[in-house]
Ligand binder design. Structure first.
Ligand SMILES: *[C@@H]1O[C@H](CO)[C@@H](O)[C@H](O)[C@H]1NC(C)=O
Ligand SMILES: *[C@@H]1O[C@H](CO)[C@@H](O)[C@H](O)[C@H]1NC(C)=O
Ligand SMILES: *[C@@H]1O[C@H](CO)[C@@H](O)[C@H](O)[C@H]1NC(C)=O
Ligand SMILES: *[C@@H]1O[C@H](CO)[C@@H](O)[C@H](O)[C@H]1NC(C)=O
Ligand SMILES: *[C@@H]1O[C@H](CO)[C@@H](O)[C@H](O)[C@H]1NC(C)=O
Ligand SMILES: *[C@@H]1O[C@H](CO)[C@@H](O)[C@H](O)[C@H]1NC(C)=O
Ligand SMILES: *[C@@H]1O[C@H](CO)[C@@H](O)[C@H](O)[C@H]1NC(C)=O
Ligand SMILES: *[C@@H]1O[C@H](CO)[C@@H](O)[C@H](O)[C@H]1NC(C)=O
Length: 820
């Protein structure tokens, strides 16, 4: 009774164990996996609809899980990822993270948790992330950072981004543990409580970005406190999302001005005239050198002249991008701003729908060295106005960027810039020049010219010979034959060039980019013609992967020679031959057969020819043809013989001859004169005496006489043998040389040994002395026969002839005698 109970409980335990097992492995079964990892072990699993952290190879170095629907990070979601350097969970719905979820990530350097649903931050998450350098917590719905400081253990942290739409409070101690930063971003558009000094202990402090929309509008004191804590002369400050209308809203800048900040950027702001004047007043005398407005809406009319008395002497660089003037038609001329324009050396007005800068305004830009008017609406006519008809105003101008406008006349351009006697850089890319004149004059100082995206179809000697950098990419060029002796760098990507331009045109060239053209290949001598070339980028062309080119390319890739391919080798793809289309040039392997076709074909033909000759010689030596003929004939004969035998069953009836005589034509006289008379017409006396019981003469079968004309000779031979009791072979030198005799011999052999007749059915007559060794080796049958069958020799002496005939007759009749 005891035993079954034990068994039952054992079974229960096993069942229980397996249940536990099932439960343990269950979560992993459900976990999705993501295999989108590249060779650099960077896995991109973004936009994949994952609702939980998918399984990814443990070797991954970077993992992008952005824009999924992940809601929770559990404690074993990231186990095994000790090597992970970068993890992005941006744009998910994460509301919950297990306190030890990130503990396995010992090597993590960058963590992005921005744009999720985290309502509170937990210091335990980051406990073990000692290698962390960058942390992004932006745009989560937490209202405070929480204490103790979440950043306590992050000794390596250099880039920190936090805050969000509901961040209300920042207290001293919130950032304890953070010492120095290269980058700090705080989104605090709705900040309500700020303990002065919270951000003050971070130093040195790199770039700071602050979003402080409502503090600037409603709580200047708070905004001032924040600004004051991060303002240092060397720290560029970026302030976003401001709506500056009255004097009050500009107050907080006073704190920054007091700290004498030098780099200020305002991003996404709207600005009234009053606010701007006040702003200028606040910064009067402050050594602000760099001001940038990015995304500026000017709500006023540009009446800023009230700030004329302010001191902006240190104002050096002015950059405005994406600016909109709400009421363009009321906006006053820039002339009013003359007091501002006389100082800066660098002015950029990018993408601001500027269609003209009047000559008078240009004349005010006395110190100007750098002018960037890219992405505006300048035309040939308005450029003429802007550059005062080319009379050389802006005499210190070194860089002129008028990229992305609507310019068309190349000759006008050269005329307008000729007198800019210090001009070194000219960027006229993304304009509509279709052609250039045959000859032009340029400032002798010009070193850099950007003519990319200008629809040029040909290049003429117009190009300045002083150029060091020339960008002709993305045009319609088919060839290039202008010599530019000083050129260091040329960009020719996106054209229709069929080959590398000759290197002799550019003796000083160091860098050449010629991607996305119609280049088929380039050779050693092509590269040799460039004396100083170091860097080449030629990917994305339609390469013909010939053997020579593949060899050469792979040697260049390995770094033999002075030229280095500086674009990724994965961009060099074969276009032809067809079977290599799409393959990476660096990976292609061409075999010797493909590469040396002529040689290969001639060598293999030679080999085949040699083998054929060798074989023929061999066959000839071994008489193979003869054997073949033999075998074939024998097969045929056997078939015929079988048919014959079927036709008449009674084999005895067939035996109509006593013997078939096989002899060479040359021995015919002996057969006809001696053998036949002797055997077929026996002398009465002899016969009677010799063999009274058998007076019958012998019948012989001779091919000459007894073969059926019209029948195939082999058949004839076969049937003759079948119909004869015995076969007489008249052996001689002639016999050995006769083909037919050989057949006969062989047939007889088959016949003799196939059939029921004995070995003695063959009778050999040696017409002349012939030893077994005189018989050629291939007559192996004859040789065998000779060694096993006694043969009769035709005697040379007259007196022995009689005995010979007797023996022969005896041999022929032997069987019958025995029968009796
Ligand atoms: C991952 O792919 C998305 C587009 O699918 C792209 O926007 C993102 O930059 C990629 N991430 C990385 C790390 O390359
Ligand atoms: C994420 O979930 C939302 C609804 O909850 C759905 O509309 C969206 O398509 C999902 N995203 C993906 C990538 O599956
Ligand atoms: C710009 O700032 C306004 C508030 O002044 C804000 O509503 C808007 O979302 C901001 N735009 C961007 C693109 O950040
Ligand atoms: C605000 O601006 C007006 C006119 O520009 C000026 O009269 C007034 O004194 C300013 N207020 C402050 C507080 O600066
Ligand atoms: C160029 O012309 C403008 C107006 O036409 C004038 O103000 C300026 O002085 C001239 N500059 C030179 C260098 O001639
Ligand atoms: C000119 O402006 C374009 C567009 O802003 C920029 O890509 C280019 O680098 C600038 N050129 C120079 C010489 O600064
Ligand atoms: C030339 O201009 C294009 C377009 O503005 C820009 O992308 C390119 O970088 C410039 N080339 C050089 C060599 O700076
Ligand atoms: C360059 O191409 C143009 C037009 O395709 C042709 O007229 C010209 O002769 C070519 N120049 C050279 C040097 O091949």
């Amino acid at each position: 009774m005891g035993q079954p109970t034990n068994l039952y409980s054992d079974f229960q335990i096993i069942l229980l164990l397996s249940l536990c097992w099932g439960q343990r492995s269950n979560p992993d079964d459900e976990r999705p996996s993501c295999g989108r990892c590249d060779l650099r072990l960077s896995c991109n699993c973004s936009f994949d609809g994952f609702t939980r952290v998918p399984m990814v190879t443990d070797h991954a170095l970077s993992l992008d899980l952005s824009y999924n629907n992940i809601t929770v990070v559990t404690d074993d979601d990231l186990t095994g990822h000790r090597q992970l350097r970068v993890l992005s969970l941006h744009g998910n719905k994460i509301a919950e993270i297990h306190p030890s979820a990130f503990n396995p990530l010992w090597s993590l350097e960058e963590l992005d948790l921005s744009k999720n649903q985290l309502t509170a931050l937990d210091q335990k998450w980051f406990n073990k992330l000692e290698a962390l350098q960058q942390l992004n917590l932006l745009n989560n719905p937490y209202s405070c950072l929480g204490s103790p400081s979440v950043f306590q253990g992050l000794v390596r942290l250099r880039r920190l981004h936090f805050g969000g739409p509901v961040l209300e409070e920042l207290k001293r101690g919130d950032l304890s543990g953070v010492t120095e930063l290269e980058e700090l971003t705080v989104h605090a558009n709705n900040l309500m409580r700020y303990e002065s000094g919270t951000l003050a202990y971070v130093w040195p402090l790199g770039r700071v970005t602050l979003s402080l929309h409502s503090p600037f509008l409603t709580n200047e004191a708070l905004a001032s406190a924040v600004l004051s804590d991060v303002s240092y002369p060397e720290t560029p400050v970026i302030i976003e999302d401001l709506h500056l209308i009255g004097n009050d809203t500009v107050q907080p800048f006073r704190a920054a001005a007091k700290k004498r900040i030098r780099y200020l950027t305002l991003r996404n702001i709207s600005l009234s005239d009053e606010a701007l004047v006040n702003f200028l007043e606040e910064f009067s005398g402050v050594p602000l050198t760099f001001f940038m407005g990015d995304g500026v809406t000017l709500t006023g009319e540009g009446r800023w002249e009230r700030a004329r008395w302010t001191d902006q002497k240190s104002f050096d660089e002015f950059y405005i991008r994406n600016a909109v003037v709400l009421d363009v038609f009321k906006f006053v001329s820039f002339l009013e701003l003359g007091f501002l324009l006389q100082y800066p050396r660098k002015v950029s007005v990018v993408n601001c729908k500027v269609f003209v800068m009047p000559c008078l305004t240009s004349a005010l830009l006395k110190n100007l060295q750098y002018l960037d008017l890219s992405d505006n609406l300048l035309s040939d006519m308005t450029l003429k106005e802007t550059l005062c008809d080319g009379n050389g105003t802006m005499k210190d101008l070194r860089v002129l960027n008028i990229s992305g406008n609507a310019l068309q006349s190349f000759s006008l351009l050269t005329h307008l810039v000729l007198k800019l006697s210090k001009l070194t850089h000219l960027d006229v890319s993304r304009n509509g020049y279709n052609s250039m004149p045959q000859s032009c004059s340029w400032p002798s100082t010009l070193r850099y010219l950007n003519l990319s995206w200008t629809s040029l179809t040909t290049i003429t000697p117009c190009l300045p010979k002083t150029l060091k950098v020339l960008d002709l990419s993305n045009n319609d060029l088919k060839n290039l034959s202008q010599a530019l002796p000083a050129l260091r760098e040329i960009h020719l990507s996106g054209n229709k060039l069929l080959r590398l331009p000759s290197g002799s045109l550019f003796p000083n060239l160091q860098t050449l980019t010629i991607q996305s053209n119609t280049l088929n290949m380039f050779s050693h001598s092509d590269l040799q013609s460039y004396q100083r070339l170091q860097s080449l980028q030629a990917g994305q062309n339609k390469f013909v992967c010939s053997c020579d080119f593949v060899d050469f390319f792979q040697s260049v890739m390995k770094g033999s020679g002075d030229v280095h391919l500086t674009d990724g080798e994965e961009t060099y793809i074969c276009d032809s031959p067809l079977f290599l289309q799409g393959e990476e040039l660096g990976q292609v392997h061409r075999s010797i057969v493909e590469c040396h076709q002529v040689l290969f074909v001639s060598v293999s033909c030679g080999v085949v020819l040699f083998v054929v000759i060798l074989l023929s010689v061999l066959l000839w030596r071994l008489h193979a043809i003869w054997y073949l003929k033999m075998t074939w004939a024998w097969l045929n004969a056997k078939r015929n013989s079988r048919q014959r035998r079927c036709k008449d069953r009674d084999s005895e009836a067939l035996l109509s001859f006593d013997a078939f005589v096989s002899y060479s034509e040359r021995d015919a006289s002996w057969v006809e004169n001696f053998l036949v008379p002797e055997l077929e017409e026996p002398r009465e006396t002899d016969e009677g005496i010799m063999n009274p019981r058998h007076p019958r003469p012998l019948t012989l079968c001779l091919h000459k006489r007894d073969f059926l004309p019209g029948n195939w000779i082999v058949d004839n031979i076969m049937s003759a043998m079948e119909r004869s009791r015995r076969t007489i072979f008249v052996l001689s030198e002639n016999f050995v040389q006769s083909d037919w005799c050989r057949y006969e011999l062989d047939f007889s052999h088959f016949w003799l040994f196939d059939g029921d007749s004995g070995r003695d059915a063959a009778i050999l007559i040696l017409l002349e002395p012939l030893s077994k060794d005189d018989v050629p080796k291939r007559f192996c049958k004859l040789r065998k026969l000779m060694s096993s069958t006694t043969y009769l020799e035709w005697p040379q002496e007259e007196e022995k002839v009689e005995g010979f005939w007797r023996s022969l007759r005896h041999a022929l009749r032997g069987e019958e005698e025995e029968d009796d």
